[in-house]
Write a protein that binds this ligand. Sequence first.
Ligand SMILES: *Cc1c(COP(=O)(O)O)cnc(C)c1O
Length: 435
Amino acid sequence: MSGFSTRALHAGAAPDPSTGSRAQPIHQTTSFVFKSAEHASNLFALQEFGDIYTRIGNPTVSALEARIADLEGGTAAVGVGSGHAAQMLVFHVLMEPGTNLVAAKQLYGGSINQLSHAFKKFGWDVRFADIDDPASFDAAVDDKTRAIFTESLANPGGLVTDIAAIAAIANKHNVPYIVDNTMATPYLCRPLEHGAHIIVESLTKFIGGHGNSIGGIIVDGGKFDWKGAGDKFPTMTSPQSYYNDMVFADAFGALPLGPDGAAVDIAFMIAARAFSLRDLGPALSPFNAFMLMTGCETLPLRMDKHCANAMAVAEWLQGHDKVAWVRYAGLPSDPHNALAQKYLPKGAGAVFTFGLKGGHEAGVSVVSNVKLFSHLANIGDTRSLIIHPSSTTHSQLSDEHKAAAGAAPDVVRLSVGIEDAEDIIADLDQAMAGI
Ligand SMILES: *Cc1c(COP(=O)(O)O)cnc(C)c1O
């Protein structure tokens, strides 16, 4: 297998066989002509793979899926309209009304909202556990639990999850472990290699990298034993009437798609596409897939620069007299530094938080006075971004959830861009002089 940078450019994107186009063509079409009536009925019955309608699949989106599946080391992927849509589809396959999932309390604020409010309407319950105490996940699992969910590198605090420890708990209870790898990207962390079963990712952030397109993806590692979990996952293991009583785990659990025809399990990805994406509908546009794929080509270069700049900024902040504390897992003094060295050996990412001695007012003053930094609710742009989570992304959470998620009133979050480090530091310096 070639190296990561080579695959970030070439995986999933051979020159177009019909036109010779070197860049990935944008297949801006809603539908695809059938070769014959038999071809059409085979596609609908999942007897043959191919594109029917862009809500379910599209060649430009497929190219992106192949690339990210390769970079994450998974068997297959499904690209969708946003990171949140990826989460919704994964849980739609796994959950039934009355079941629960055990999630880290250290999550992106939008994910806490999704799990706590939107999912409740589906009858899916959520229990929160603490990544700093893996045993709390074990304690929260019961016979109705259908999934464990954490981020690899948690937003907004830049905290590192002990993926192998939580994977062991998931295996003990026969439930899949889903990891949101948005903040780390497959360049910095590969959760499937540490025992995670399924990856979800917002492509909106570092993978697209340029702050111009929303997208998400699901990647399956192909290792979870659906039938070994008894009757926990009926979508995977019971006959589906709308597909001639096909059982996904049987029909797609061992297809000869690997090197030399080795068996590969893509059953979860087929269920996510042919059932959940088909019926819930959060499709990724071909144009956005093209933009996200273009961004992905420079992912390794950008992540190296993001990490080096973040380290320089974190070190500088640590020495600043108006700063109360800095949490960046890349700093040798950080409580998560040992986990960062294990799971993110190339760097601890570009998003981290620090606390200002002046509390809430000082935070508001800094975000109001920056000039190079953009004050907005995103991460992973090439440009440096800043936000005060307590008054924005995490404002709808209770004070308890805010503190648990690392978003107390004094907290400022940075997503350090790829400008020159001296300019990033100079901007923070002048903004903090105004406190
Ligand atoms: C942004 C983000 C999401 C949601 O992704 P969207 O593309 O905005 O839907 C999920 N998880 C994390 C860690 C994020 O940063």
